[in-house]
Design a protein around this ligand. Structure first.
Ligand SMILES: Nc1ncnc2c1ncn2[C@@H]1O[C@H](COP(=O)(O)OP(=O)(O)O)[C@@H](O)[C@H]1O
Ligand SMILES: [Mg+2]
Length: 315
C-alpha cells in the first residue's frame, strides 16, 4: 500500500532566551499507510501539533523531509485533497452551523448548499443547523468541525486532539464518525493524549515523547504480551507449582491463581487440570493496554533510565 505520509528526519528547532535552541520535533521518521487510522500520541508538549503544522505546510521544518500523499510538504496543491481540524478551532460564533459550512465551502470555490445540509445530517446536526455556533455545545462544535473537514471530500484528514475535553457520549460520536471515514477509504491522522480513545480505533500508532518517536507500529503488535489469570480449584499444590513454571502462582483461600503470559500454552494447563479432576473457576485475559505501553515507553525514554528506544518501523 502507498504511504499517505512519510517523513525523514523531520525536525523543528525553536530558540528561546531562557533555554536556547530546542528541537521540539527531532529527526522524526513517520510512516502512515493509505486508508488507515493512525494515532499520533504523546503527552502535552511532545511536539504533535508542531509536526502536524509542518505536514500541512503551515510552518517550515528546520531540516528533514516530509511527503503527504506523495507530494513534498509545502506543496499547497495537496490541500485540495486533505483537511485539517485544529486543536482549538476558531469559528465565527454568530454564524449558524449551516452558514459556517457554506462559508468554508465557498473558500474552496464551491457553492453546494445540498452538500452542506447532507454533511450536517451526517454529523447529526441537521436539527441544529439554524442555531448559531455560540449555542453549540463543545461536542456539537467538534461535530460541525468534522463536517467542515469533509467539505472537500478529502483523502487524508488531520485531526488534532479531536476528542479533547468532551464528555463520553460526545467521545463516542466523534469516534464513530472517524471510523466511518476509514470505511470510506480515507486516511485519518489523529493526534491525541487520550490513550483509551485511540486504542479503540487506531490501526497503527506512533508514540512521541519530547519531540522524538519512541515507538511506532501496528497496535496489535505493540500491545502483544498480555497476561492471563487462571483460577483453579481441587488440585494439589505440587501440580499447581508445576503448572506455574511459565508464570506466577498465587495461593488463594480455596485454590490457586495462576498468572501467566498469554503466549504460554493455556490449553495444556486446562487439559492437565481437568485430567487431575480439578476445576477451572475462571480465565481472565489481562490485555496489555496502550496506557501500559505508553508509561513503559516514556519511562524508558527518560534520562537516567534505559537508553532511547529505537523506532520499530516496518510493521
Ligand atoms: N512558536 C513556538 N516557539 C517556541 N516554542 C514552541 C512554539 N510552538 C510550540 N513550541 C514548543 O514546542 C513544544 C511542542 O509543542 P506542541 O507541538 O504544541 O506539542 P503538543 O501538540 O504535543 O502538545 C512545546 O514545548 C511548545 O512549548
Ligand atoms: Mg497540540
Amino acid at each position: 500500500m502507498a504511504a499517505a505520509i512519510e517523513t525523514k528526519k523531520l525536525t523543528k528547532t525553536y530558540r528561546s532566551r531562557q533555554l536556547g535552541k530546542i528541537n521540539v520535533v527531532n529527526e522524526l521518521d513517520l510512516h502512515v499507510e493509505e486508508g488507515e487510522i493512525f494515532g499520533f500520541l504523546g503527552p502535552n508538549g511532545a511536539g504533535k501539533t508542531t509536526t502536524i503544522k509542518m505536514l500541512l505546510g503551515i510552518i517550515y521544518p528546520t531540516h528533514g523531509e516530509g511527503y503527504v500523499l506523495g507530494r513534498e510538504i509545502g506543496d499547497m496543491d495537496v490541500h485540495r485533497v486533505i483537511s485539517y481540524l485544529p486543536e482549538r478551532p476558531y469559528y465565527y460564533e454568530h454564524m449558524t452551523g449551516f452558514e459556517l459550512l457554506k462559508f468554508y465551502d465557498s473558500l474552496f470555490g464551491n457553492h453546494d448548499p445540498d452538500k452542506c445540509q447532507r454533511l450536517l445530517e451526517r454529523v447529526n446536526l441537521a436539527g441544529d443547523a439554524s442555531k448559531t455556533i455560540n449555542q453549540y455545545s463543545k461536542g456539537m462544535q467538534q461535530r460541525v468541525g468534522l463536517a467542515q473537514s469533509l467539505l472537500n471530500d478529502p483523502k487524508l484528514l488531520f485531526l488534532d486532539e479531536p476528542t479533547g475535553g468532551l464528555d463520553p457520549i460526545a467521545h463516542r460520536e466523534i469516534r464513530d464518525l472517524i471510523l466511518s471515514f476509514r470505511d470510506e477509504g480515507r486516511t485519518v491522522f489523529i493526534s491525541s493524549h487520550e490513550l483509551s480513545e485511540v486504542e479503540l480505533i487506531c490501526d497503527r500508532v506512533a508514540i512521541i515523547h519530547k519531540g522524538e518517536i519512541a515507538r511506532q507500529g501496528r497496535l496489535t503488535e505493540l500491545l502483544k504480551g498480555g497476561r492471563i489469570e487462571i483460577t483453579l480449584q481441587g488440585i494439589d499444590e505440587g501440580l499447581a507449582r508445576k503448572l506455574a513454571t511459565g508464570g506466577t502462582l498465587h495461593n488463594l483461600s480455596d485454590g490457586y491463581m495462576l498468572d501467566m503470559p498469554e503466549e504460554e500454552d493455556v490449553n495444556a494447563v486446562v487439559d492437565t487440570v481437568r485430567s487431575a479432576k480439578g476445576s477451572i473457576v475462571s480465565m481472565v485475559p489481562r490485555k496489555k493496554r496502550l496506557e501500559d505501553l505508553f508509561v513503559e515507553t516514556v519511562r524508558a525514554a527518560t534520562p537516567g533510565a534505559a537508553p532511547k528506544l529505537a523506532a520499530e518501523g516496518g510493521v
